[in-house]
Ligand binder design. Structure first.
Ligand code: SAM
Length: 486
């Protein structure tokens, strides 16, 4: 009801960013109910302590409204709200009549909302399915029984719920949603920042507890957390002006809003333990799909490289066919640096490699003075005093990449010629289905027009010949290693 009150307060503003008839009906009709009177008192008290509180709910509501409507415009026809509560969206958003809107909540809440909708004479804009289930248990069956089709794209909305769940229940929720999210789906979620579980959040917690609820979790590693459950996306602090639509949200209450899509790589690359290969598979027998991820993935992993290389452009992000335990990252780095069996049996890739060397020699692309510490200064010169950047890591034996730094989840190499200053970032991403998997990002700073043209020229060769050959090499070496340790 507290949230409904906030949405009602927004609805009656002349410059309202949304209007919510369900919230209006509730606050008007139940004004004399003891729960609503208690809620009204709370609202005034909170306003006195934290004047930016209403803006928090407004921005959070509009953030999700806009993304749901955009997905519906793009043709998605299934929305799943996990903990629908008294959210009025199915009754107010622009929604094609053939869309299916599933709202899961506890049985009492589902019944209450259905009677509110009936009494207030609110008509859903599409097919509305209240689904009574406990989100800390097995709820996917109830959802599919209600008509949800996991083979079709869907939007998943988790708003005002995660903080009331334990970390383990939140983990299970993201993993189940990922399992049921077909390609083209989206996950929208809100969570609290951990500061809200400390002194800064005390008065908000008191309010929540006076209403009979309790916050059990909060997090500051949302991009990582999403990635660990097979989602990649963008995360904003709620007070980020980029999503504020001109409203100022203060630092309290502190929360995150995220919009993510399924990470294709998680289902596309089978877990290492299920791969059955001969101890020394030949390249012909290795089926390695080159899985490219959205460039934005690089910014959602919590890597340290963006801090020191903000002027480099992301060229592409790839899944590396290597999965393993946290400590096995060092082995992956060793294998790539050694380049054991580089381009073994890869005739086309070898041919291109030789052609590139010849071109470099003819046009002086790699001549002394064209590269590191001559035309460009090594990235190492920018590294701050920080344990994450202390170890240099190995240079590559079979390729011109010179190591910049290595820590327990990142290894960065650099290369410079007359045309480009490039970085290769190899990362170790924690994954819900196994432990960790490799990811490679190439970043570039082309040298003027020549560099830009050169990058455009080599892009198709890199993407369709060199990279697949490189991934096959990584897969071959990784599987030899796994065969040895398993
Ligand atoms: C703060 S309300 C948020 C409702 C809605 N998402 C919104 O933003 O308006 C929290 C909702 O979570 C629901 N909820 C809490 N624990 C739940 C559980 N274990 N299973 C299903 N729903 C739950 C409550 O019934 C309540 O409707």
């Amino acid at each position: 009801m507290f949230v409904a009150w906030q949405r009602h307060a927004e609805s009656i503003r002349s410059d309202a960013l949304f209007r919510d008839p369900l919230a209006d009906w509730l606050t008007g009709t139940l004004a004399d109910h003891p729960d609503m009177r208690h809620c009204t008192q709370m609202v005034w008290q909170v306003l006195g302590e934290t004047p930016s509180f209403p803006a928090y709910f407004t921005i959070r509501t509009r953030y999700f409204d806009d993304r749901i409507e955009a997905a519906l415009r793009d043709g998605v026809r299934q929305i799943v709200t996990l903990a629908g509560g008294l959210d009025g969206r199915p009754f107010r958003l622009t929604c094609p009549p053939d869309a299916e809107w599933f709202e899961i909540d506890l049985p009492d809440m589902c019944r209450f909302k259905q009677s509110v909708a009936h009494l207030a004479d609110l008509r859903p804009r599409c097919h509305w399915h209240p689904v009574a289930a406990d989100l800390t248990g097995e709820w996917l069956t109830a959802l599919t029984d209600a008509g949800f089709d996991p083979t079709r794209p869907s939007v998943w909305l988790i708003e005002g719920l995660l903080m009331y769940l334990s970390d383990a229940d939140g983990d299970a929720l993201l993993a189940t949603a990922r399992r049921a999210a077909a390609p083209g789906s989206q996950l929208l979620l809100e969570h609290l920042q951990t500061t809200m579980l400390g002194e800064a959040g005390r008065s908000s917690r008191n309010r929540v507890e006076s209403q009979g609820a309790r916050w059990l979790s909060a997090r500051d590693d949302v991009p990582h957390w999403l990635a660990g459950h097979g989602w990649v996306g963008l995360v904003h602090a709620v007070d980020d002006p980029a999503i504020g639509l001109g409203r100022e949200v203060g630092p309290q209450p502190a929360g995150w809003l995220a919009a993510a899509i399924p990470d294709r790589a998680v289902s596309a690359v089978p877990p290492a333990r299920s791969v059955s290969l001969s101890p020394t598979p030949s390249p012909e027998h290795l089926e390695v799909r080159a899985v490219r991820l959205p460039n934005s993935t690089y910014f959602t992993r919590g890597w340290r490289l963006p801090e020191v290389a903000p002027d480099f452009r992301v060229e592409d992000v790839w899944v590396l066919p290597a999965r393993g335990a946290r400590h096995e990252f060092a082995e992956l780095v060793r294998q790539i640096a050694d380049g054991d069996g580089a381009f073994e049996g890869e005739r086309v890739a070898m041919f291109l490699h030789v052609v590139r060397q010849r071109l470099g020699a003819w046009f002086g692309l790699d001549r002394p003075g064209a590269g590191l510490d001559a035309r460009v200064v090594s990235l190492r010169a920018r590294l701050p005093e920080d344990a994450a950047f202390r170890d240099r890591g190995p240079d590559q034996r079979a390729a011109p990449w010179v190591s910049v730094y290595q820590n327990d989840r990142e290894w960065v190499g650099e290369y410079a010629s007359r045309t480009v200053h490039a970085l290769m970032h190899v990362g170790w991403v924690s994954d819900a289905t196994t432990d960790y998997r490799g990811e490679m990002t190439i970043l570039v700073r082309p040298n003027g027009l020549l560099g830009t043209l050169y990058m455009a020229f080599i892009r198709p060769f890199r993407r369709f010949v060199i990279n697949p050959a490189f991934f096959r090499m990584v897969a071959r070496n990784w599987q030899r290693h796994r065969t040895i340790i398993e």
